[in-house]
Design a protein around this ligand. Structure first.
Ligand code: HPA
Length: 288
């Protein structure tokens, strides 16, 4: 918007809340991270590896939603990876916990107000593509929002972004390439795919998985997509990585259990940590 036709509106409540949380966090550290990390189910361990870390429980941060999901610690850790300052979310909140779409994306807006320009978002997902193996790490090239609503519905806050954000390049190609290259170099089993988000909390039926495969999904999960939509709105570039913790419903002749999901996360932890360590410096060379 040019200065001449700019309409000075009052900041929205969501904007003021995000601003307040961001200021609270920045007052606790001298680091000024440009990269954010969202560490999903069973993958939060990475935040324990950060150097010069400041840990802040979500419950202390003004307006911050609390995670109730298993495998989610519920704190923000600001620290350094390979000398790059990052803001790591050890756990996130989901729609299935009863949070509103706006609460689910609130942390993304807080990170944006902190100065974050790129995020690495991770999750546990069910593998729909039969070429994927349990435990492989999949770089996201796109997503499908099948959660029935969009977190940007409502009056647009221009201070966050435009009314109709473009999503065609939000999964930033150079980050995808860097992750696939680093994975190969580290001899980690990697793949590339499209993530479909459903609300959960029930896992899908075999019929739903056949449908999702038919429409072009490689992975299924219950998170990430709204955060990516919010990131696009905020002008933040995204690298998404899913850990295939289980094959999706009906692919193997066995039920899906959350124990299996956690166990696989645990098993690939070392690979995951190595991959993030290698990819973050490459993201920091390519910031918006
Ligand atoms: N479906 C949905 N979400 C998931 C799955 C799954 O099979 N595995 C881990 N998160």
């Amino acid at each position: 918007m040019s200065a001449s036709n700019a309409v000075e509106t009052k900041p929205s409540r969501d904007f003021l809340r995000a601003e307040r949380a961001a200021k609270f966090i920045l007052a606790k550290t001298k680091l000024r991270p440009r990269i954010g990390l969202v560490l999903g189910s069973g993958l939060g361990a990475f935040a324990n590896e950060l150097a010069s870390a400041t840990r802040i429980d979500y419950k202390k941060i003004p307006n911050f939603p609390q995670s109730t999901a298993i495998g989610h610690a519920g704190r923000m850790v600001i620290g350094k990876v390979a000398n790059v300052p990052v803001a790591a979310m050890q756990g996130r909140v989901h729609f299935y916990e009863g949070y509103t779409p706006q609460q689910v994306i609130f942390p993304m807006r807080v990170m944006a107000r902190m100065g974050v320009r790129a995020v690495l978002i991770t999750n546990a997902a069910g593998g729909i593509n039969r070429d994927f193996k349990q435990g492989c790490l999949v770089v996201l090239r796109d997503h499908m929002n099948l959660q029935g609503t969009n977190p940007l519905i409502g009056p647009n806050e221009d201070r966050f972004g435009v009314r109709f954000p473009d999503l065609t390049t939000v999964y930033w190609k150079p980050y995808q390439e860097a992750a696939l290259q680093e994975g190969k170099r580290l001899k980690i089993e990697m793949a590339h795919g499209v993530y479909a988000a459903l609300t959960g909390p029930s896992y899908e039926t075999p019929a739903e998985i056949r449908y999702l495969r038919g429409i072009g999904a490689d992975l299924v999960g219950m998170s990430t997509v709204w955060e990516v939509i919010a990131a696009a709105h905020l002008g933040i570039r995204v690298l998404g990585i899913s850990c295939v913790t289980n094959m999706a419903a009906g692919i193997l002749d066995q039920p899906i259990t959350s124990e299996e999901v956690m166990e696989t996360g645990e098993r690939v932890k070392a690979d995951f940590v190595a991959l993030l360590r290698a990819v973050i410096p490459r993201m920091s060379e390519n910031l918006a």
